[in-house]
Design a protein around this ligand. Sequence first.
Ligand code: TXA
Ligand code: MG
Length: 347
Amino acid sequence: METKIFDHEKIAAAAALLRQGQLVAFPTETVYGLGAVINNETAVKNVYLAKGRPSDNPLIVHVASPEMVWRYARPNALAQQLMTRFWPGPLTIILPLRPDSLLAVVTGGLTTAAFRMPDNQATLTLIQETGIPIVGPSANTSGKPSPTTAQHVYHDLAGKIAGILDDGPTKVGLESTVVDLSVQPAAVLRPGYITASALTPILGEVETEQHHVAANEIPKAPGMKYKHYAPNAQVLIVAPALDFVAAVQATLPKATGSLGVLAFDDQLQQIAAAGYHVPEVTTFALGDDLQQAAQELFAGLRDFDDRPEIKTILAAGVPENGLGIAYMNRLKKSAGGQFFAFDPVGK
Ligand code: TXA
Ligand code: MG
């Protein structure tokens, strides 16, 4: 199958493909999603197949307006307030459903579903023109870092999907915050750009504890059960308080090939000033603030994936508050929880 690239002028053509049951990847403010109309069982099954994603992981229903949600979900005053405050935007809301309103292939057989109105005009137009909400898991091969450009999507899914609506790099770079309103108190199942403390003025107490999912349980948020964001190389997180140059120095003798370094601009300057350069060290810049780092994290991990000589990556950790909670949540998953540590003295 040829994978067509569509721009703003070709949204109607992309919508026509979706209506025919084809798969079209779409931009959002967070990451690119893999779209299929929610009422076509074969199309939704093909989303799982194209990604290689386990089919018990429920999908987000992407809508072009709050009104579209109420066709499927039961009325909910708190959700309405959240939508008024945060939509369009990077907040996914899980709600109890009206009976038999969505296919089981969308909900993973649950009586709840996740809804989101992305902050991207091309995609809002796409959903409006399609006339039906679209599912949208991140448009990457399952287990790999989420795509933040149309090129990332093409890299993973070319030949497997009908098209990609290209709107350039995404602004936020990390997937949406997922909040579950089907439980009391409400719970954040996946941290994102919109923090739990931003939700408390509307929701009051918000549970944020990540519960552990058993193998036979349906996962409530991605990464709870499955491998996520994992590049080919081993990632080691450099805690924010550590000296990054010393970490590079300590890791180089043990690293085969080139050592990947994913770090902030000032850290990269210090590493270069200390005399570490290509091919010993291959760098990717996270920019000079957390917002840019969140935007660039997946692109950096993907860039290193295209360089087989990189077997180890040192990646900059940040303090876990605000957006740092979401950044570290994704980075820890990509690292399998591993942090860089200096060898004990005398060994
Ligand atoms: O930013 C995003 O949310 C991106 C863009 C494309 O919109 N989408 C995304 O989708 O990250 P995905 O499928 O990778 O992550 C959504 C997660 C699912 O993996 C699932 O665990 C959780 O939301 N979810 C969906 N429906 C749920 C439900 N009914 N109950 C609990 N969790 C649910
Ligand atoms: Mg994903």
